[in-house]
Design a binder for this molecule. Structure first.
Ligand code: FEO
Length: 392
């Protein structure tokens, strides 16, 4: 993709990764992604904001080599998809200084072996003059690493936010065209990497309140030329109460747990509780993560295998524990053949979840009328808990 001008002397100079389908060997990218770098040409100095993932370095560096000069390389975040090509840019522009937060400095040195004397650290709120354009650096930790910061271009009111507000969508569009599509992708991204740090993200949102932001230029996805809606969405994700929603990750081996899941889904629907089931054999874990952003209750459905939860259910519980969603209630349902410690094992895997555990429903073999009645009772309890809190 060619360099594209956002405003006079402010350019997108990124790379589009159309075919990438997995990030960190973990996170599904159904729509690919972009690595957005930006070039700001001030009247006196030029700054490059972030770089691109090293696998896409070659065609990108050919464009960088055509830039007349780069005085500064701003590194908002030390993760390699944005910082990994800094060393290669320094080969073209050896006099350039890498501008980053103090915490990022040691990370850039450790992860990329950027030399100490090439790096200049900036404090929270510090500014950098490019002549007629001024970058202000705002430290926004834990988006989603401890060193992250954003830049605010004061004269043009543009926030360069790196992962913050980003979305994984490969596209030829420079700006967000389809808000619904980007909403889901941005929520997926928030859920997968930022949700565990939502209280710090909320503080970062507060910090941005004092700035007039006309445009948000993230490092993944398209630029928000109408940024209010994505900022409102983030405020909701980090701060609003959970919804009247049950997320139900489950796995079934011979159909008994599936029967229990089906019964509970119907029972919850009868009680006007929304439910989103995820069969862990086939599910996209990003969809599960999105659902966890809003769910008030998590119910894990699992058979007992090898004397404990099915490994896929254990994986689902591990993920939910790591993502620290705002869920308030949790239960476990499933079938077993002769015994085991499914409930104890799963309960021990979720220390981060500050939830009230509702009575589990475990059934020996195929579900009996008593098991279905117990599932009805669980649905009654969930509906009453949600209603009691006024969840919508
Ligand atoms: Fe897009 Fe945390 O890197």
């Amino acid at each position: 993709m060619h360099m594209r001008t956002i405003k006079e002397r402010i350019h997108w100079i990124g790379a589009v990764d159309w075919d990438r389908r997995l990030f960190d060997a973990l996170i599904p990218l159904p729509d690919g992604t972009t690595y957005n770098a930006y070039l700001i040409e001030g009247s006196e100095r030029t700054a490059l904001l972030d770089t691109v993932d090293p696998p896409l370095a070659e065609p990108w560096l050919a464009r960088i080599a055509e830039v007349p000069k780069i005085d500064y390389i701003v590194s908002h975040h030390a993760e390699q998809d944005h910082s990994g090509t800094i060393g290669r840019v320094l080969e073209h522009f050896p006099q350039a200084k890498v501008i980053t937060s103090p915490k990022a400095k040691s990370m850039l040195m450790d992860l990329l072996r950027i030399p100490d004397d090439a790096i200049v650290t900036v404090a929270d709120g510090e500014t950098l003059s490019l002549g007629d354009k001024t970058l202000k650096f705002i430290h926004t930790p834990w988006v989603h690493w401890p060193e992250t910061m954003v830049s605010y271009l004061e004269e043009d009111r543009i926030l360069f936010s790196c992962d913050f507000f980003g979305s994984h969508i490969a596209s030829g569009d420079l700006y967000v065209k389809d808000q619904c599509r980007v909403y889901e992708a941005a929520k997926r991204y928030f859920a997968e990497i930022m949700m565990p740090f939502k209280s710090t993200i909320a503080k970062n949102m507060e910090k941005l309140k004092g700035y007039e932001i006309r445009m948000i230029a993230p490092s993944h996805g398209q630029i928000y030329d109408q940024p209010a809606w994505i900022m409102d969405a983030y405020r909701e994700w980090v701060g609003a109460p959970p919804h009247n929603l049950v997320v139900l990750p489950y796995v079934s081996m011979h159909g008994s747990t599936q029967q229990m899941v089906d019964h509970l889904i119907a029972a919850l629907a009868d009680r006007d509780v929304r439910v989103e089931p995820f069969n862990l054999v086939v599910t996209d874990i990003g969809k599960l993560a999105i659902s966890l952003v809003d769910a008030a209750t998590i119910v894990v459905g699992t058979p007992t295998v090898l004397a404990g939860p099915h490994p896929l259910a254990a994986y689902g519980a591990f993920l939910a524990n790591a993502l620290r969603p705002k869920a308030l209630f949790l239960s476990i349902i499933g079938s077993y053949g002769w015994g085991g410690k499914t409930v104890e094992t799963l309960a021990g895997m979720i220390p981060n979840l500050k939830v009230e555990v509702l009575d589990p429903v475990l059934c020996k073999g195929q579900p009996t009328p008593e098991a279905f009645a117990a599932l009805d009772h669980l649905a009654d309890t969930i509906a009453a808990k949600h209603k009691g809190l006024g969840l919508l």
